[in-house]
Design a protein around this ligand. Structure first.
Ligand SMILES: NC(=O)c1ccc[n+]([C@@H]2O[C@H](COP(=O)([O-])OP(=O)(O)OC[C@H]3O[C@@H](n4cnc5c(N)ncnc54)[C@H](O)[C@@H]3O)[C@@H](O)[C@H]2O)c1
Length: 269
């Protein structure tokens, strides 16, 4: 993919990984459409980018937990920027813990972490297929290819996000549609710090910190930029995640044992 002259839309762009992605794509010459919920601060990110290049950053406020808001997001973005070349479904929530997680935590996790991806794709795809091109990227997590100790809803929905991205690639890849899936471990954002109401539980956050390095959002955005230029499906900013995936596939019992050990280390049981 070439960023210069393209239109890139990022959800969850009010802060964290999303604002870093928007800024990185903008630096590479894209016009960006930044989207987030009301009050998430996305306007300030756009203002900063427009100060560098007037008219190059648009804002669409949308709560992606609802199908109709995804439909509106896609149509408003197309009106504002002319088209969407890259749609980056990055908005996510880190809700819930164990079997006692509330039904609301489960349903919100599915709505934001999974259904928003398919709702967006549903409204993007007709135009993309007619044009024979389009790029759909999503932020899942290392939890989507491994597991999130301490949060069943996060673990399950991030696996579903990876599965949906793979399905898209398999179904539309031969018709010009590119798909990538970002799977980081720890990144220094509100979600990991737990400062946000929808941030990950403190214990689950501790697991992430114990598991490996916590990267800055800008470091992740650099890796994502390069991966999209190369049109690679999996994006592992923590390279060890690729190694763990291999162990999980070839020595599954050993992998489960190692994960139980990590669970005991953080939770004591
Ligand atoms: N921080 C990490 O360690 C880490 C690791 C792996 C994956 N991720 C994933 O990265 C993505 C970005 O998270 P982040 O770490 O930057 O945290 P963050 O909390 O800074 O960003 C999440 C963004 O999603 C937005 N969002 C949540 N619900 C929404 C909704 N219903 N509609 C629209 N926007 C909504 C939030 O407003 C926020 O701006 C998420 O999908 C997250 O699961 C984060």
């Amino acid at each position: 993919m070439k960023f210069a002259g393209s239109v890139a839309l990022v959800t969850g762009a009010g802060g964290g990984i999303g604002s870093a992605l928007g800024e990185r794509f903008h630096d590479a010459g894209a016009t960006v459409v930044l989207s987030d919920r009301a009050g998430a601060g996305v306007e300030a990110v756009a203002e900063r980018l427009n100060a560098r290049r007037p008219g190059s950053a648009h804002v669409v406020i949308a709560d992606v937990a609802h199908e109709e808001q995804n439909a509106r997001l896609v149509s408003e973005a197309r009106q504002l920027a002319g088209r969407i070349d890259l749609f980056f479904a990055n908005a996510g929530v880190g809700l819930g813990t164990d079997l006692g997680s509330s039904e609301t935590d489960w349903s919100t996790s599915f709505d934001v972490n999974v259904h928003s991806h398919r709702w967006a794709a549903k409204y993007l795809m007709p135009e993309w297929l007619a044009a024979g091109q389009g790029y759909f990227a999503s932020t899942a997590s290392a939890a989507g290819v491994l597991a999130q100790i301490g949060s069943a809803p996060y673990s399950v929905t991030k696996h579903a996000a990876v599965a949906f991205a793979e399905w898209l690639s398999i179904t539309y890849g031969s018709r010009g549609i590119k798909v990538s899936c970002l799977c980081p471990q720890g990144v220094n954002t509100a979600m990991l710090r737990g400062g946000d109401r929808q941030g990950i539980d403190a214990n689950a956050g501790n697991v992430v910190r114990v598991a490996g390095a916590v990267l800055e959002p800008a470091q992740v955005a650099d890796v994502v930029h390069d991966a999209l230029v190369e049109e690679r499906f999996f994006i592992f900013p923590h390279s060890e995640v690729g190694d763990y995936v291999k162990i999980k596939a070839t020595e599954h019992e050993r992998w489960l044992g190692g994960m139980r050990k990590l669970q005991r280390r953080v939770f004591g049981v």
